[in-house]
Design a binder for this molecule. Sequence first.
Ligand SMILES: Nc1ncnc2c1ncn2[C@@H]1O[C@H](COP(=O)(O)OP(=O)(O)OP(=O)(O)O)[C@@H](O)[C@H]1O
Ligand SMILES: [Mg+2]
Length: 363
Amino acid sequence: MAGGGVAGAYHGTGAAPGAGVGCARVRRRLATPSPGAGDPGRRLELGLWPAVGPGRRRLGPGVWRTVRAGGGPGRFPAMSPALLLEARSLVHTYPGRDTPALDGLSLGVERGERLALLGPNGAGKTTLLLHLNGSLRPQDGEIRLAGEPQGYDRAALRRWRSRVQLVLQEPDDQLFAASVSEDVAFGPLNQGLDEREAEERVARVLEEFSLSALADQPPHLLSHGQRKRVAMAGAVAMRPDILILDEPTAGLDASGQMEMLAALERLNDDGTTLVFSTHDVDLAHAWADRVALFAQGRILALGPAQSVLRDPALLRAAALQPPMVVRLTHALQAAGWRDPETTPARDVEALARRLTPESLVVR
Ligand SMILES: Nc1ncnc2c1ncn2[C@@H]1O[C@H](COP(=O)(O)OP(=O)(O)OP(=O)(O)O)[C@@H](O)[C@H]1O
Ligand SMILES: [Mg+2]
């Protein structure tokens, strides 16, 4: 997805770049973006940070309290038990296109889950993700956060983005500051944290993402994988309830993928809800709680990863190959192997552990 195209179609806050930033250092940085870096104005428009107001406030060492825009935790009504974020009957047709990118699409995100979006190129995954934090506005339908329909005025978008952060597929659409630490600090400062609080938070996030040694480096001099980690660190520094990621492991080497997943796992264990698009069916099968299969701007199926990604008809309809572990399991079973467990293996390593001498005796 080209960031420029999205910016063209954006119906956003109209917030000026740096609006509400209470720190002269950041204002200076915004005036002198690093060479080859993304546009801070677009970063704000895309909701990569919320503006000043809501966020997590540090009450003391290790003690944080979530502060909602509009004055405290009562801002949002009591939630339905599980659904945290909902897309309802979204329609979006990009200018100059005959067919809709989203064609009446509905999807509910459950609190605390890991939800993977899968489907062929052009199916509408990125377009949906851009709707989930208000970066794109549907021509029909609505987004609900904690049961409440979301508005698109400036204040509503601020509240929305304090809870839902988006990490774009291309880090260069997101990074702009002169150094890694300044880039990661921008969001917390924009949230209203003072410099000391922001510095503490940045140090912690950089450590979480193994970026401390690169803190003073200009992002444009880093590798693609490192820039991707910086982009994610910037979103995580906002302490969102929901982290939305467009192809978070694409373009990363094996160890980069493992590190990315370990970081996401820690966030999820701490209660952050994760929604991510991917073309990696093995990853979705092994790691997601639920998957949504996309085709032509619609959702073909939404359900537990181990059910949806084992259904040959659904996989065919979404133009996907079954996960490797499913194919191997079928091949082994065809050769007479009996799975000693009742639930299917999630990944090849788990399957390998089941290949005991007894199970391999062909009957
Ligand atoms: N800025 C844009 N302007 C016009 N059309 C667009 C724009 N962005 C996306 N589209 C179109 O919208 C449809 C959905 O695109 P989208 O990027 O959401 O798909 P995707 O599922 O994310 O694909 P991929 O797997 O390739 O990332 C495609 O037909 C695409 O060409
Ligand atoms: Mg995409």
